[in-house]
Design a protein around this ligand. Structure first.
Ligand code: HEC
Length: 162
C-alpha cells in the first residue's frame, strides 16, 4: 500500500472514532432514555428505584417551598436559609450512578438550575435578610418547576404501569 492509501485509512479510522464519540455523547448525555406520552409530554423511562429517588427529591422541593413560604410569612430569613440550603447543589450530587445518562440534557440543565436557585435563596437570605427578595427568587424558580412538569413525565421500565 502506498503512503497515500495509509493516510486515507488513518483518516477513515479517525472519522469512525469521532462518529462513535458523537454517538455516545448523544446517547448518554443529550437524549436520555425517553418515549412520548399521549398527553404530549416526553416520558423518561427509569427503573422503579430510580423513579422513586427522583420523585422523592421532588417531594422535598415541595416540602421546602412550604417551609420557605411559612418562614417568609413570619419574616424569618434565617429559617428561609435553613429550609433552602438542603435543596441546593449538595442534594444534586446524591444522584446514583447510571441515572444521569437516562435523563435528557434539558432535564438535567433545568434540574441543576433549580438546585442553584435554592443555593442562591439560602445565601441571599443569610446575607441580606430580605424575605420579599426570597419570595421573589422563589417565585422565579417555581417557573422552572412548572416548565419541566409541562414537558416531562416519568414512567418505570419494568413493573406494573402507573
Ligand atoms: C427538570 C425537571 C423538573 C423540575 C425542575 C422539577 N420537577 Fe417536579 N417532577 C418532574 C417530573 C418529570 C415529575 C413526574 C411527573 C409525572 O410522571 O407525571 C415530577 C414530579 C413532581 C412531584 C410529584 C412527586 C410524587 O411523589 O409523585 C412533585 C411534588 C414535584 N415534582 C414538585 C416539584 C417542585 C416543587 C419543583 C420546583 C422546585 C419541581 N418539582 C421541579 C420534573 C421536574
Amino acid at each position: 500500500m502506498s503512503t497515500n492509501n495509509n493516510v486515507l485509512v488513518y483518516w477513515a479510522i479517525i472519522g469512525l472514532l469521532l462518529l462513535t464519540i458523537v454517538g455516545l455523547i448523544l446517547k448518554f448525555v443529550v437524549l436520555g432514555r425517553t418515549g412520548n406520552e399521549v398527553d404530549g409530554r416526553v416520558t423518561i423511562l427509569l427503573e422503579p428505584s430510580e423513579r422513586a429517588i427522583v420523585l422523592n427529591e421532588m417531594r422535598q422541593f415541595l416540602a421546602g417551598i412550604q417551609q420557605i413560604v411559612a418562614a417568609a410569612e413570619r419574616n424569618d430569613a434565617a429559617a428561609i436559609a435553613k429550609a433552602a440550603h438542603p435543596l441546593g447543589m449538595a442534594a444534586a450530587h446524591a444522584v446514583p450512578p447510571g441515572l444521569p445518562e437516562k435523563l435528557p440534557l434539558e432535564f438535567k440543565t433545568l434540574g441543576r438550575s433549580v438546585h442553584q436557585d435554592f443555593d442562591r435563596i439560602a445565601m441571599d437570605a443569610e446575607a441580606v435578610s430580605d424575605v420579599r427578595l426570597s419570595l421573589r427568587q422563589l417565585g422565579e424558580s417555581i417557573k422552572k418547576c412548572v416548565a419541566c412538569h409541562a414537558t416531562y413525565q416519568i414512567n418505570q421500565v419494568t413493573g406494573a404501569p402507573r
